[in-house]
Design a protein around this ligand. Structure first.
Ligand code: GLN
Length: 498
């Protein structure tokens, strides 16, 4: 059986009784066993629970019942989503052995749809980072070139889809953590509108920015996943109650005729920091849009591109410093017993958190402290409002905005790990989207001409609740570009050649 089936194909094959969910699950497991020692995308593999879920799907099919829209589809979860069958480490020593007593809303939704959870994926500690190198359990590798990073913070989920362990995965995106690794690994990744997907059971990083979203190798699979996870949830105060469409329809009727796709004027002035491959790929994708009947227009986003990054690096750490205060050695996970409470806090947090998380907590505490609050936090909130306004104006004259996902293809391991500012710059095009609460996706637009070709992503941004427009555009482009490819196993030690 072909292991690289899409979710669509798995569901169809299962219903046609061409194979069983247990067989699909076993072949996914086998691929993980073979490739993950070299790629380190997985932090845990839930073989027993997965096999039980696969068998339940098979019994459901045998009884002639509807096994659900993700029946038998193996899926992995970023390790910041609570799942009772495994620890939720958030890539941190702090939660190394913490197994949650409940499931995240998205986990319940996936299981209800018949999906089979294969395990939890590697990530930058508490989702802070852009390379997966800040994982306390060691970095994941890019399957296109294992000397390079897969991006982050949802790097493990992107790798699992790009290396063909699973057709679909979940990640979380606070400032680019789904789109940037999707771009580096050559797969689709979508960050939905803030409030579309419930975050109940997602360990919070920056609550006004966090969203869960899917990775996939086809636009149809992205839509299938989104339809399952995008449900209103009274258990998440920020979950919108508006009715959700069935997103598959947008893919089935995909067209770009008469749609206005905007390029961003300020990008021309940023050429020095853009790799020529990124520029060329964006131009190529825009050309395909034009050939499909889209009109290419221009919008201006000066504030978002200039102030998005500083604004994010005030607000996200501020929220993180407050969200991470709960990890104090008393209630969750790692704890260092000491004679006084203060010493317990100090040792637990001193040893439990890694350097990037500490940097964020310190920055966040600083910008919230009295005397600095107005100058930093309050000012950044005002700038955020202006950015929202700027996007609103831009969308008055276009349907979608096209930008690079990241300024360069995947960088080398170790290249930026000691240079936080350069690492932060990898998200310059994705952060403004979170600050404005908008939906966006990254699709693979092509590859570099290197001896080991690296994927290059293109980002499409839509107005609030514009997921259907994004999926429709992605589906049209997929007709030209093809579905995302699985990275050639020969590139990976333990792959083809073994
Ligand atoms: N790379 C960004 C950061 O380090 C975004 C992370 C994210 O989206 N979770 O904060």
């Amino acid at each position: 059986m072909d292991r690289m089936l899409s979710a669509d194909e798995i569901v169809r094959g299962l219903l046609a009784k061409e194979f069983s969910a247990a067989e699909v699950f076993r072949s996914s497991l086998e691929r993980v066993r073979r490739m993950d020692p070299a790629l380190s995308a997985m932090l845990s593999v839930t073989e027993e629970a997965g096999m039980a879920a696969a068998r339940a799907v098979d019994e459901c099919v045998a009884r002639g019942e509807d096994p659900g829209p993700l029946a038998g589809v193996p899926v992995v979860l970023k390790d910041n989503m609570c799942y009772r069958a495994a620890p939720t480490t958030c890539g941190s020593r702090m939660l190394e052995r913490w197994t949650p007593p409940y499931d995240a809303a998205v986990v319940t939704a996936l299981e209800g749809a018949g999906a089979v959870i294969l395990g939890k994926t590697n990530m930058d500690e508490f989702a802070m980072g852009g390379s997966t190198e800040y994982s306390a359990f060691g970095p994941a590798s890019n399957p296109w070139d294992p000397d390079r990073v897969p991006g982050g913070s949802s790097g493990g989920s992107a790798v699992a889809v790009a290396a063909g362990y699973v057709p679909v995965a979940l990640g979380s995106d606070t400032g680019g953590s789904i789109r940037q690794p999707a771009s580096y690994c050559g797969v689709y990744g979508m960050k939905p509108t803030y409030g579309l997907v419930s975050r109940r059971g997602l360990v919070a990083f920056a609550s006004s920015l966090d969203q869960i979203g899917p990775f996939a190798r086809t636009a149809a699979d992205l839509a299938r996943m989104l339809s399952v996870i995008a449900a209103p949830d009274p258990g998440d105060g920020t979950s919108s109650r508006r009715a959700r469409p069935e997103y598959g329809a947008a893919v089935a009727s995909a067209s770009l005729k008469g749609r206005k796709i905007a390029v961003v004027r300020e990008l021309a002035g940023m050429k020095a920091s853009l790799s020529p491959d990124v520029e060329g790929t964006l131009a190529r994708v825009l050309d395909l849009c034009r050939r499909e009947g889209a009109e290419i227009v221009e919008v201006s986003l000066p504030r978002s591109l200039e102030f998005g990054l500083p604004c994010y690096y005030i607000l996200a750490p501020a929220e993180a410093s407050s969200n991470l205060a709960r990890f104090d050695g008393v209630r969750y996970g790692f704890s260092r017993k000491e004679r006084t409470l203060k010493a317990l806090y100090e040792r637990t947090r001193g040893e439990g958190f890694g350097p990037e998380v500490k940097r964020r907590i310190l920055t966040g505490t600083y910008v919230l402290s009295s005397g600095y609050y107005d100058a930093y936090y309050l000012t950044a909130q005002k700038v955020r409002q202006l950015m929202k306004e700027e996007f609103r104006k831009a969308f008055a004259s276009c349907d979608l905005i096209a930008l690079p996902t990241a300024p360069t293809p995947a960088f080398r391991k170790g290249e930026l790990v000691d240079d936080p500012i350069q690492m932060y710059l990898a998200d310059i095009f994705t952060l403004p989207v979170n600050l404005a609460g908008l939906p966006a996706l990254s699709l693979n637009g092509g590859f570099t001409a290197d001896a080991r070709p690296l994927p290059v992503g293109v980002q499409l941004i839509a107005p609030q609740w514009g997921e259907e427009g994004l999926l429709s555009a992605a589906a049209v482009l997929e007709r030209h570009l093809g579905p995302a490819s699985v990275a050639p196993m020969a590139a990976v030690k333990g792959g083809d050649g073994r």
